[in-house]
Design a protein around this ligand. Sequence first.
Ligand code: CU
Length: 153
Amino acid sequence: MRRPVGTAVVIAAALTLAGCGADSSANTSAKPELKVTGAYMPAPIMDTMAAGFFTVTNSGGADTLTSVTSDLSDDVTLHSTQGGAMNEEKSFAIPADGTLAFASGGNHLMFEKLTHKPQEGEKVSLELHFAKTGTVKISMPVKSATYNPKTGH
Ligand code: CU
């Protein structure tokens, strides 16, 4: 007597394939809708190092800021500040329908090996690279060395 093993395997495979095609559109696959606001760079005291700040507001699905490039420097890094100590970060998560804020005393961009010393009133062009959205170009105005907007947090 032969057992119908083959038939059972074929049916299981067919069910698996049908499951793959099912609508699995969870919120995680929603497109990010990013807006970058409030960008500024305090005029650096020295020509070796500068910091930059901005806010990313997201009205869509989650995304990740993976890197930043600029004419001002070939060496732009992402930093967070915790307990007064700076840490270099590989990336920053932007939650769905959330905000990623860079602010004095917190997250910041660090520009090193500057091509020139930015002056107040100048604008530094940056490319922000996001995992899903791709590249977003922004213009970062250089403010006075002590500029620190109060955002009401
Ligand atoms: Cu830093």
